[in-house]
Every structure is written in C-alpha cells, then in structure tokens.
Design a protein. Structure first.
Lengths: 332, 444
C-alpha cells in the first residue's frame, strides 16, 4: 500500500464518490477555484466543473439549508463548513432540520447529507476557532458524528458517509491533514463502517480510549508506557454517534482500567458521556475509576506557549495511565 | 518508615483495644519482639513488631481501639523524619471509612517525595500474617457490623465468585482500595494455604473489678462477654432455629471407650479418650456423609464446606470459648483426644493461639458432666448447626418388648432453617446415633 496524507485521502474519497455517483456534489466557502481553505478539494473544480464543485457565500446557515434541500431533492451533497466553530451558525439547520426530518415525516424523506468540517486547536487560531464541539452534535438523535484519525479511516468513512441515507457530521482536524498513513491505491474500492471503533494497538493493562488527533498522541504515550512495562490498549472510537459500545466493553473486560484521552473540554463532553456508558455497561469489570485527559477548562489561549499548556499531551496520558495501573501488576 | 498494624487475631475480631504499650516511643524494637498487648473480642494477645528499628510514633494510645489493618505505630530509624501526612486512629474509635477519608486528604496534599508517597508506604508495609488466608470461604459478610470497605467492582465480583471474605484483605489500590490483583493474590495464597501459623502468646484476660452498689453488684463486661452477647443474640435473631432430639444408647460406646483407654494407656504417648472425643469423631463422620449440614448461609447462596472443623465449647470462669479441632474427618480417635486435651488446657490457661479459634464449621456443646438430661444450644455463626449433648443416664428402655435398664443420653441438634431442613437434620442425627450405638464404625 502507498502512504498518503489525510488530506489526499479525503480528496480521493470525494473524487471516487463523485465519479461513482453523479448525484454527489460538494459545496462550501472557497472550495472551488481556491481549492478549499485546507486544500482538500484542490483540483476537483477543474475535474468536475462548477455544477458539482460550488462556492457559496459566507453564510453557514445557507450552506447547510441548501445542502438539506438538495438531499431531500434526491442529490448526495457534501458540504464543507470551514471549521466546526462556524457550524454554530448552521446549528438550527443541522439540529432542527437535518436530524429530524426523517423522524417527523414518518420515515418518508431522507437527508443523505455529509457535513465535512475540521475541529480542534493547536494552530494558534484563537479561542473562537479552536474548539472541539462534537459532543454538542453527538447529543442529537438523528445525527451521525464520526471523527476518523487516520488517512485509511478518513477515506473509507467519508465514502460510507456519502452513501449513508442519513445526515453525517464528518469532523476532521486541522492538524490531521498532513498526517500520513497507508491507504489502498486509488480506485481500489473499500469502505469503513460508520459505527465501528477500532483497536489501534492491543494491550492488556489498560484501555486508552481516544479519537481524532489525540489518537496519534495516545499511540506515542502507549510507546512510552511500554518502556515502563505498561501494556496499553489503544481504542480509536472513530465514531462518536453511534458509539461502538460492544468493542469498548470487550476491551474493558480485558483490562479493567480506562483512560479517556480527548482534546475537548472535560465537563459534559464526549469523554464524560462515554464514561457514564462504561460504568453503566461494565461496572462489574472496573478495577479503578476512569481517568480523563482533556484540554484545560479555559477558552483556548492564543499565545503559543499557553496554547501548548492548555492542550492535553503525551505526558498527561502517561500519568493518567500510571495513576490507575498498579505498579505490582506491571511485568505480570 | 514502617508501620505496625492492628493484626487480625480471630474470625470474629473487628477491632482491637490497646491494653498497654510494652514499648515506648523511642525504644528500640526488634522484629518479633512484643510491642503492645491487645484486647480482642475473645482474648488478650501480645502483638509483635513486624520490623526492626526504633518505635518512632504510637498512633493509638492505651485504652483506645483500632480496626483491623489500621496503623497503630510507626517504626523507623531514630532520625528518620516522621511522615507528617499520616495520622493514626488517635481518637480511638475511628472507623475504617473515617481513616480512609483522612488518608485521602493526605494523598491530595502530599507532594511526590518518596517518604510521603502513599503508594510507597503501602509497599513498605509488612502484611499482617494470616489476614487473608484463614478467613477465606468462611463467613457470610455482615457488613452492618463493619465500616465501609473500599473495593473495586471487579475485585468485589471476583471475591464473591470465589466466596472470599474481602473485608480482611488489605487493599493496595489508591486510598487502600482493594483491587483485582489483591483478590488474585489472596486466591493464590489460599490455593497454597497450609500457612505457617503465627504463634502469638495469648495473655489471660484480667477479670474486671466488680462494683458493689448496695443491692446490686455491677460487673463490667469483659470483651469475651460482649462478644458472646453480640454474636449469640444476632444468631438467635437472624437464624430461625429448630431442634431435633435423639436418644442414644451408649452401652457399646462405653465398652469401646474402655477398650480404647486400656490400649491408649500403654501408648508411647498415653492419652485418655473422653466420651466427647468419640462424639466429635461421630459428628465428623456424619458431616462427611450428610454434607448438607456442613454449611454456612451466605444470604444469596449456601457455602458448603469441604473440610470438617469442629468447635468444642469450653466453659471458663469468665465465659464460653470455642476452640476448634481442625480436619476432624481425617483424624483418628487418639489424635482427636490429644488435640481436644491440648485445646481445653490451652483454653483454661489462656494459651490459645488465634488459629485455635478460627474456622469452625460445626460445634459440639456437652453439658453431660453437669447432670443435665438435655438442652438446646444457640448456633455459633457462621455455622448452621450445633449439637447439644446431655448426661449419660441409666434409663428404663424397651428392648425386644422387655423393659430393661440401659445407659442412654439425649442429644439435641439446633439447625438454622434457612440452610437446613428438618429431614436433613434428622438424617444427620440418625448417622450420629448409628455411629455411637454401633461404634465400630468410629474406628473404620
């Protein structure tokens, strides 16, 4: 297999889906001639033309509403919201229309809409542009919320999202676009389901659950832990809703200990919701309270130094794991 | 800095009272040297230091009590700084939960320096001998009597699956929480049990001074009296007792006993076999044949014991004590006689060891020497039955249609109806009766 970037993997998925199905089109701010703020759609305008690769005004509610209308009308729109922070402007369309139409009209209309948008911080974008808001949307029945972390998963899940009959919020990360990974050759068909987590590293002492960019930080932390004899299992959620609770429970039954490492804030976030699910389903298998690794509970600082201090890092994960893995167990 | 902990000195012990400190702060102590005298619910015992060094700090003053496993003193080098964050159970009646709470705040405020690292402390602690081992599979937990035990869910589940009484296991997790590996360690320990018992000399309990108030003499309760009161009223209130009585002809038994004693008098280690020894032997064999009686009621299940350990009630000046003959089913009569002799001597001279009092699965209470026809006994929890033995009396009996005089005794079995039904109790008594009336079976 070749190695390509997350950005290229996304572009390939969009291109292959547009080639496969003429109902698929993409629209968003500066995605056509400019090739997208993060260059994901570069070259697609030249290949597919302005009918299927469309620039929009700077009006997120309009983008989302148009996407919903097109989906209801039988098309397969992919809309790009420049960052998840701007999706707040489109939240009424996403939450009140996209997520509910199928339910409120007796299952007749479908909204096969894909909303692509990057979240997260770490690139000095300031407090308003560095947020992880996936838990807001994961709260809503009727939405699917996925956050692939590798090029392979990104391509496979974006293709699944385009083919899914329901609205999918596909959350990327600015710092993931240049991450490289193995992906089958262009044109080699594969998809990754939207409801399956993935064990990215097997281990027996502790399960570290993570997703999106934090997967890569967690894998490094697992290497550090291994040097100290702690064998960590790294579970990549990939999908926040639906959540693959079965795989999580299987892993917890094996390790009895959990760290949840995420970039978002702790309070009422993805990790806390997940922790409640784990306690609900696997209480009898827990040997220690779940540990959380999160961003500091502050708006993201602009200062580079403070931003680095606010974001969770490898050492935070190592410390959280060591807190609940008994030293005497290590090497056993 | 090492800690001395309140050891568990018997099945029923929950806390111990420091009667006196034999060593003072600043005194040098050697490992194995007595440091304090402790009053448990049954006996007074000198406890030994688990480490050598200087007794740096006494955490529980004389007259105060501490729960099992609580730190009662610190031993270290003379100039080692005292860990400022560790507090003892100085107020005397601290519950485990309360001391956990204090540990907790200590953890939060402590820095990561090794001396103050609670995890480091735990590793240095010398585990209390026989804590986990002898309590395994024995007791239906009565958490009402005990403070809250911190245990992780998986550890609790494992403990319950293996019928381990986890209250006496030392937790090595954060805040002393019992975690999975503590249970696994206890299981491994239990698997290779045969643990070498700690020989702790048991000091005779002083008889408290009575107070004459004029019409009434007030006698303060000894801890033994308190334990009897607490446990037996609990037994009577919780376990629905029912009684089955049987009359046993002891003619052949007396003849056999005489024969055995003639033989045993010339044994290299001469011994005298009592009727009670023969009864204990018969009960042990009957328990093997009717194992449904050798059980404990554990709320949501019955724990059927594979070993037969028989307690024999011994009356002392200050109360009743029940030393236990272990593995009676695999002991011969002379062996039983020697062991019962040792136990009753030890009980009278206050020299019982903790393991002599632990692990009983059934009790025999014999008031035959006091010329009683019959009586009913209160079950000794967590056992489910007790046999009350009356005097052997010449009695008119009908044999082959003729009234003849025979030596007979009445035995009455008290059973816990939650665990044992009438038919089972009757079958068990039938076995006992058959073994005592045709006593060759006791030898075979």
């Amino acid at each position: 297999m070749r190695t390509i970037t997350y950005r290229d993997a996304l572009r390939e998925a969009i291109r292959e889906e547009m080639q496969r199905d003429e109902r698929v089109f993409i629209m968003g701010e500066d995605i056509a001639g400019y090739g997208g703020t993060y260059a994901v759609t570069k070259g697609l305008f030249e290949e597919f033309g302005e009918k299927r690769v469309r620039d929009t005004p700077l009006a997120e509610e309009v983008i989302a509403g148009t996407g919903i209308g097109a989906a209801l009308g039988g098309l397969r729109p992919i809309i790009e919201i420049m960052t998840i922070n701007f999706s707040i402007l489109a939240a009424d369309q996403i939450v009140n229309s996209a997520a509910k139409m199928r339910y409120m009209f007796g299952g007749q209309p479908q909204v096969p809409l894909v909303i692509r948008t990057p979240g997260g911080g770490g690139a000095q974008r300031g407090a308003q542009h560095s947020q992880m808001l996936e838990s807001w949307y994961a709260h809503i029945p009727g939405l699917k919320v996925v956050m692939p972390a590798t090029p392979y998963d990104a391509k496979g899940m974006l293709k699944s999202a385009v083919r899914d009959p329901d609205p999918v919020l596909f959350i990327e990360h600015e710092l993931l676009y240049n991450v490289k990974g193995e992906v089958p050759d262009e044109g080699v068909e594969y998809t990754v389901p939207l409801d399956r987590a993935d064990i990215k590293r097997e281990g027996k002492h502790i399960t570290i659950i993570t997703f999106s960019r934090m997967l890569h930080v967690t894998l490094q932390a697992a290497e550090d832990l291994a040097k100290e004899g702690i064998d960590a299992e790294v579970l990549d959620l990939r999908s926040i809703r639906p959540i693959d609770i079965d795989l999580i429970i299987d892993s917890v039954k094996k390790t009895n200990r959990v760290v949840i490492a995420e970039e978002g804030w702790k309070y009422f976030g993805t990790g806390q919701g997940l922790a409640a699910l784990i306690y609900e389903h696997a209480f009898d298998y827990m040997d220690a309270p779940i540990q959380h690794v999160n961003s500091a509970d502050v708006p993201m600082p602009y200062s580079k130094v403070l931003e680095r201090a606010a974001l969770p890092n490898k050492n935070d994960i190592v410390q959280a794991a060591k807190k609940i893995v008994p030293p005497a167990l290590v090497g056993a | 800095m090492k800690t001395i902990e309140m050891p568990k000195l018997g099945d029923t012990m929950e806390e111990g009272k420091i009667l006196r400190w034999i060593k003072r702060e600043g005194d040098p102590v050697k490992k194995g040297e007595p440091v304090a005298e402790v009053e448990t619910d049954k006996v007074n015992i000198e406890i030994e230091s688990f480490a050598s060094g200087t007794l740096r700090k006494i955490l529980v003053p004389e007259g105060a009590s501490a729960p099992i496993g609580a730190d009662i003193a610190l031993v270290g080098t003379p100039d080692e700084p005292l860990p400022g964050t560790i507090e003892g159970n100085g107020n005397g009646k601290a519950t485990p939960a309360a001391s956990q709470g204090r540990q907790n705040s200590a953890v939060n405020s402590s820095t990561s320096s090794p001396a103050q690292n609670p995890a480091g402390m735990a590793v240095e602690n010398i585990p209390v001998p026989q804590a986990a081992t002898t309590t395994m599979t024995k007791q239906a937990p009565s958490t009402a009597e005990q403070g809250r035990v911190f245990i992780s869910p998986i550890a609790r589940r494992l403990a319950e699956e293996h019928s381990i009484d986890y209250r006496y296991i030392r937790g090595t997790g954060p805040n002393g929480r019992i975690i999975k590996m503590d249970i696994e360690a206890a299981l491994a320990q239990a698997a290779q049990q045969v643990a070498t018992p700690v020989a702790l000399p048991i000091a005779a309990e002083p008889v408290p001074a009575a107070i004459d108030t004029g019409d009434v003499v007030e006698i303060p309760l000894t801890s033994m009296r308190r334990t009897i009161a607490k446990r037996l009223s609990q037994s009577m209130q919780v376990a629905p007792h029912f009684y089955v009585t049987s009359v046993i002809d002891t003619g052949k038994l007396a003849a056999l006993r005489q024969q055995i004693n003639e033989y045993a008098a010339n044994d290299p280690v001469p011994v005298k076999v009592s009727f009670n020894d023969l009864i204990i032997r018969a009960v042990a064999l009957a328990l093997v044949r009717v194992p449904q009686v050798n059980v404990s009621f554990a709320e949501d299940r019955l724990l059927q014991k594979k070993s037969v350990h028989i307690g024999m009630a011994v009356a002392l000046e200050q109360g009743l004590i029940v030393p236990v003959l272990h593995n009676v089913d695999s002991r011969g009569i002379l062996d039983i006689a020697r062991e019962s002799h040792r136990l009753s001597e030890a009980a009278r001279s206050g020299k019982l060891r903790p393991e002599d009092l632990s692990g009983g699965t059934f009790t025999v209470s014999n008031l035959g020497m006091f010329d009683v026809e019959s009586f009913t006994a209160v079950i000794n929890p967590p056992e489910s039955a007790i046999l009350a033995v009356g005097s052997i009396t010449p009695t008119p009996a009908v044999v082959d249609g003729q009234v003849v005089v025979r030596d007979r005794m009445k035995v009455t079995l008290s059973s816990d109806h939650r665990a044992i039904d009438g038919a089972i109790a009757a079958r068990f008594l039938q076995e006992v009766k058959r073994l005592l009336e045709e006593p060759l079976g006791l030898l075979l």
